[in-house]
Design a protein around this ligand. Structure first.
Ligand code: HEM
Length: 404
């Protein structure tokens, strides 16, 4: 099978260092033109996989959940090592009809009443965090601000007791394998197990004595007359951290970096020339926090003129689709006023991000807080990229905020 192997395009997409060393935008532009759907050979003993790069093909693949399954896993790294152990039990890695049932349960966690309260707290938290770092000189936006927004929000959503939050935050930090190249994989697995066990315990307690909160709701709801297993409750509570923490964090970091890189775009937001909601969409496109999501073909099918076989891994590259010239006018420009802006950062189709409203609300709160307090944003050093072929963005961002 042909694959783009000439010169700069011979990138190993399964290797996280690829994205630290190379400019992905130039690579993807060439792939979209020359080999929009290609077979990526297996390397270093790992299986091969399909790479889908054009916006239209990525969108169609997300929509085709019947032939492109999520149940074996949706992250390339996991699929190359075997099946996702949460397959069929955790929303993101479940196919219909079970997916539809689980989704309707989890959607209740995002009812307007619950969300209204959570969003109000996000706004206050963002204001407080921004106020603390404005006018104080250099600081790391990633650790001082971005790290505190999403986990606080998810803990609010799940009504995690205040006394338990420090433990959860500590485990979650060790569970994140993508922050450093030399992270101990066993410590990360151990931390993930701790989080799961924590939610098993919380789910059991809330099932026994339900309150007016999301964990109680998921623990007591019946689907077709049956309760979810305690494991399913725990996995799906954890999935909100998995889905919502890092993606929101890197988006916030990307927002501030983009405003430092393009001060005219910051002025447009700060002075109200562009609506915050419009700017949020461009931040999410520019950030593209999940570089890809993956699927497994359930049957032979044709994709972008190529023949995919049942059982093949198919990767959908948001990082390419969001910068496809066929969909976006001058996609390489960060333009906060961009409309339309039909990016795929939140996915598309049946698995469309459950937390999109909340993710947007967090960024809206951040941009609003910044516009209220900050005149100028300047970088004071080089940011460090996340070490991953899935999560896109930076893990440090040295900056100063000049007060208004
Ligand atoms: C699904 C991105 C924030 C929870 C997804 C998917 C994407 C995505 C691309 C689709 C995955 C697929 O098709 O396989 C993002 C981005 C975010 C964000 C870019 C922030 C900027 C959140 C938040 C939460 C969340 C805040 C929860 C609190 C979920 C869940 C799913 C999901 C549970 C699985 C939905 C399903 O399979 O039906 N997200 N997400 N996400 N997201 Fe998000």
């Amino acid at each position: 099978m042909s694959s783009p192997t000439a010169g700069a395009t011979a990138l190993d997409l399964a290797d996280p260092t690829t994205f630290v060393r190379n400019d992905p935008l130039a690579f993807w532009s060439e792939v979209r033109d020359r080999s929009p759907v290609y077979w990526h050979d297996g390397r270093a003993g790992r299986p091969g996989f399909w790479v889908v790069s054009r916006y239209a093909d990525v969108l169609a693949s997300y929509a085709d959940a019947a032939r492109l399954s999520s149940a074996r896993g949706t992250v390339l790294d996991v699929l190359l090592r075997g099946d996702d152990s949460a397959g069929g039990r955790m929303l993101a890695v479940t196919d219909r009809p079970r997916h539809r049932e689980l989704r309707s349960v989890m959607l209740r966690a995002f009812s307007p009443r619950v969300l209204g309260e959570v969003v109000g707290r996000v706004e206050r938290r963002a204001e407080e965090l921004v106020r603390r770092v404005t006018g104080v000189g250099g600081f790391d936006f990633a650790t001082e601000v971005a790290e505190h927004l999403p986990m606080g929000t998810i803990c609010d959503l799940l009504s995690v007791p205040a006394a338990d939050r420090a433990d959860l935050l500590r485990w979650n930090k060790s569970a994140l394998s993508s922050d450093e190249a030399d992270v101990d994989p066993y410590a990360a697995v151990e931390a993930r197990n701790q989080i799961l066990l924590y939610f098993v315990d919380l789910a059991e307690r809330r099932r026994a004595r339900p309150g007016d909160d999301v964990v109680s709701m998921v623990a007591t709801v019946t689907v077709g007359g049956k309760l979810l297993s305690i494991e399913e409750v725990a996995l799906n509570c954890y999935s909100l951290i998995l889905g919502g923490d890092e993606s929101s964090r890197v988006s916030a970091i990307c927002a501030v970096k983009a405003f430092a890189d393009f001060p005219d775009q910051w002025r447009a937001v700060r002075d109200g020339a562009v609506a915050v909601d419009t700017a949020v969409e461009e931040v999410v496109r520019w950030a593209t926090p999940a570089m890809h999501f993956a699927r497994t073909a359930t049957t032979d099918l044709e994709l972008g003129g190529r023949q995919v076989r049942a059982g093949d891994i198919v990767t959908l590259w948001n990082l390419s689709a969001n910068f496809d010239e066929r969909e976006f006018d001058r996609p390489g420009r960060f333009a906060v006023a961009r409309t339309p802006n039909r990016h795929v950062s939140f996915g598309h189709g049946p698995h469309f991000c459950l937390g999109a409203h909340l993710g947007r609300a967090e960024l809206r709160a951040l941009l609003t807080a910044l516009a209220g307090a900050v005149r100028g944003i300047e970088m004071t050093g080089s940011p460090q990229r996340v070490y991953s072929n899935f999560l896109n963005g930076y893990r440090t961002l040295p900056v100063t905020f000049v007060g208004r």
